[in-house]
Design a binder for this molecule. Structure first.
Ligand code: FAD
Length: 397
């Protein structure tokens, strides 16, 4: 008979890990595997704050998919998913008239910004989402610095507001701090004129993180000139900047929102039951009601033993991908699936290129040790994707 057909949507951490697992373990004729992704490359979402701030070129944050997959085992289709119809077992793509059919579907389409209904944010803020969006941020900041020199020297041109001081926000601010000396030199602007403002609605920076580490991060970033505004929800964003709760306005030509993510819209449009766009999957990472549909990464919701959802991370996304690959192989060979259990290895947040904070097991790490571990982790991902050659090609840009 026909070979079973596995379709994987999205080449992010979860989708790539599924593909890597499948191509390692599958025999040539066991299944037809199709990967769909809107760009010809996989990008490292966890590193996008670097090209966004301009501290590293975006080439260091992506790799061509064709350089990573085995074409004898995996067919890559570069296209954008338009819709998923699980009742029909079909997927609609933008540039293809015929829908894709599948026996098994793996959805790893990642997240989208959550703006919590804050007025004007969607229209006027930038988002750290993908290579295209971070290139815009870097260029926009440079353009505004140039404008400050060339036109009336208005403070808002060189004021950067970062909305949200969670992981992404803090990592981005850390990169901005590193970027400022060279940027200011390039545009003949004294560093002390530039304002970097991090705004957070919660009562603390990095909510949920160890207080001692939070204190370390805040102290370091404040010493580098970052202004923190905690307990301060942004109420509105417009062309001139942001308005805070209580009415205070901060004029800023650059507003970057990192305050939250939700699952990809395609998930709820497909009719799956969602919470903030994410599907509460079963222990095998399947969508309720669909035995052949696996949902992983930022589109999925997995609960810990205390009944709280794990935050969406690359770490859980890649573990999920690897588990789904194993389980698919089992299914194809008539075996049993194993339930997914998340194994938290640790958490690390960078504060620019030479500083970081984190927790590994029960141990807190700071400074250059944490920074080294973070970097080792990035290299590990390159190694998983493409072995030593990829580590050498991308790891040291
Ligand atoms: P993604 O990796 O985002 O991949 C989704 C893929 O789907 C993308 O390739 C996208 O192009 C594709 N896609 C989307 N829509 C379509 C469509 N319609 N058609 C076709 N393709 C589509 N996590 C950590 O564990 N550690 C960290 O240190 C860390 N740091 C982070 C720093 C930043 C700046 C950011 C933004 C996130 C960070 N995260 C970190 C979170 C982590 O990046 C995400 O949780 C992770 O990328 C989720 O993986 P995913 O596979 O679900 O989605």
């Amino acid at each position: 008979g026909e070979k079973p057909k596995i379709v994987v949507l999205g080449a992010g951490y979860s989708g790539m890990m599924t593909i890597i697992g499948l191509q390692k373990q599958l025999q040539y004729n066991e299944a037809e595997v199709i990967l769909v992704n809107q760009h010809p490359y996989h990008y490292f979402t966890t590193k996008l704050h670097e090209p966004a701030a301009g501290t590293r070129h975006h080439e260091a944050a992506r790799v061509l998919i064709e350089q990573v997959i085995d074409p004898r085992k995996v067919t890559f289709i570069q296209d954008k998913v338009k819709g998923i119809r699980p009742q029909d077992k079909q997927v609609d793509l933008v540039n293809r008239e015929e829908p894709l059919t599948y026996d098994y579907l793996v959805i790893g389409l990642g997240s989208a910004p959550e703006t919590f209904g804050i007025r004007g944010l969607k229209e006027n803020a930038f988002f750290i989402r993908n290579i295209d969006s971070v290139r815009m941020i870097r260029e926009h900041i440079e353009y505004m610095f140039a404008k400050y020199r060339n036109e009336e020297q208005r403070e808002e041109y060189i004021t950067i507001v970062v909305g949200g001081a969670g992981f992404t926000g803090v990592e981005f601010v850390g990169e901005l701090v590193d970027r400022m000396p060279s940027l200011c030199r390039e545009f003949d602007i004294p560093r002390e004129k530039v304002r970097l403002i991090s705004i957070e609605a919660a009562p603390t920076v990095l909510p949920g993180f160890d207080p001692e580490l939070v204190q370390y991060a805040v102290k370091y970033l404040e010493e580098q000139g970052v202004e923190f505004r905690i307990n301060t929800p942004i109420e509105q964003c417009d062309e001139d900047g942001v308005t805070l709760k209580g009415g205070e306005e901060i004029k800023a030509a650059t507003v970057v929102w990192t305050g939250g993510v939700r699952g990809n819209r395609l998930i709820e449009e497909a009719g799956f039951e969602t919470m903030r766009g994410r599907v509460k999957v079963d222990e095998y990472l399947r969508a309720p009601g669909y035995e052949e549909v696996f949902i992983i990464g930022d589109c999925s919701l997995v609960f810990n033993d205390e009944g709280r959802p794990y935050p969406p991370t690359a770490q859980i996304a890649s573990q999920q991908g690897s588990k789904v690959a194993k389980n698919l192989i089992s299914l194809l060979r008539g075996g049993e699936m194993q339930p997914f259990r998340f194994d938290l290895k640790g958490t690390l947040a960078s504060l620019g290129r030479h500083n970081a904070i984190g927790v590994i097991g029960k141990r807190k790490v700071f400074g250059s040790t944490a920074s080294f571990l973070k970097r080792a982790n990035d290299l590990r991902w390159l190694y998983i994707l493409g072995g030593v050659p990829l580590v050498l090609r991308k790891g040291f840009i």
